[in-house]
Design a protein around this ligand. Structure first.
Ligand code: FE2
Ligand code: FE2
Length: 308
């Protein structure tokens, strides 16, 4: 096995060090096109909550920060807010404008550091594609009741953004080492930083008081069999993530190819459609779900066009 190459001076960090950095980095950077679309809309004479929410729904960073804000301002709500439009409504335009004004732009941020560019726009597409498909996967089981399905898919890889913001040198080394070494992205993250993006994402969301369902999705989206809560949601996100990577839609930062077998036989299927004695139609339900999802996957590029 080859060893990931990182500068000799760059040591992995301890969990506590990473946690401290994440706590002090509440402002996740956002994509420039979305930030300018939102600024434009906010300075228009007339705008509606739904229009503002529609733009925020295309941005995992802004979504995470919006939910953080609404759940800390309205701390103590019996159920945490995980619906974007509701969050915009609760906070009001003034607060949203403030949120947008202080949002760093992810592209600038890397230019300043003089580093090679990570394909952020493609990464945003990966997140939105996963969000849309997560709803579709859940939709094969039941009518989606809540926007949490979409939001969970949108922020599942927020650990990569948090890592880029809180530990930029490590992030850079992880993605440069890609060309040279043969390990998976998660292995490289653990070797170079000390933790992988699923754990970093979960720690970020947890330390900023986001709903537990989102924390669980971030932590277990590559290992849904380890989750003990929100298992269907975690499983749906695993399948959605593999589907978009298989179809080559956007880029997740993990370039290892995903085969049709990988998503069709993902562990998540066993969670969504558990084998039950006496129920022989599980296999046919699963086959129907997979066929419906294949059709959704074909439509996805058209839906994503022009979104970011
Ligand atoms: Fe991931
Ligand atoms: Fe992903």
């Amino acid at each position: 096995m080859t060893i990931a190459v990182a500068p000799a001076s760059l040591r992995p960090l301890s969990r506590d060090q990473i946690d401290q950095r994440l706590k002090h980095c509440p402002r996740l950077p956002s994509l420039s096109t979305i930030n300018s679309a939102l600024r434009e809309l906010l300075s228009a004479d007339q705008r509606y909550t739904s229009q503002v929410a529609e733009i925020i729904r295309r941005d995992p960073s802004l979504t995470a920060r919006l939910l953080r804000l609404v759940n800390s301002v309205y701390y103590g709500l019996s159920t945490p807010v995980n619906n974007i439009e509701e969050a915009v409504f609760y906070l009001g335009m003034r607060q949203i404008r403030q949120l947008v004004m202080v949002t760093p732009i992810i592209e600038d941020f890397q230019k300043l550091a003089g580093k090679a560019q990570f394909a952020w726009r493609d990464f945003w597409q990966h997140c939105i594609g996963t969000a849309i498909l997560t709803r579709e996967v859940i939709g094969t089981l039941r009518a989606p009741s809540d926007e949490v399905d979409y939001v969970a898919g949108l922020v599942h890889d927020v650990g990569k953004i948090a890592m880029a913001a809180a530990c930029p040198e490590h992030f850079e080394a992880i993605h440069q080492a890609r060309e040279i070494s043969g390990e998976s992205l998660m292995e490289r993250e653990r070797m170079i930083l000390g933790l992988d993006h699923s754990e970093v994402g979960a720690m970020y969301l947890k330390s900023h008081n986001l709903p537990d369902a989102l924390v669980d999705v971030a932590r277990y989206h590559h290992t849904p069999e380890l989750a003990s809560h929100h298992t269907q949601l975690v499983a749906a996100v695993q399948i959605a993530d593999l589907m978009v990577r298989h179809a080559g839609i956007g880029r997740s930062g993990e370039d290892a190819p995903v085969s049709a077998d990988d998503w069709l036989n993902a562990k998540g299927w066993g969670i969504l459609f558990p084998e039950q004695d006496g129920f022989e139609n599980v296999d046919s339900e699963k086959a129907l779900a997979r066929a419906a999802l294949k059709r959704s996957l074909e439509r996805l590029p058209t839906i994503l066009e022009g979104l970011v």
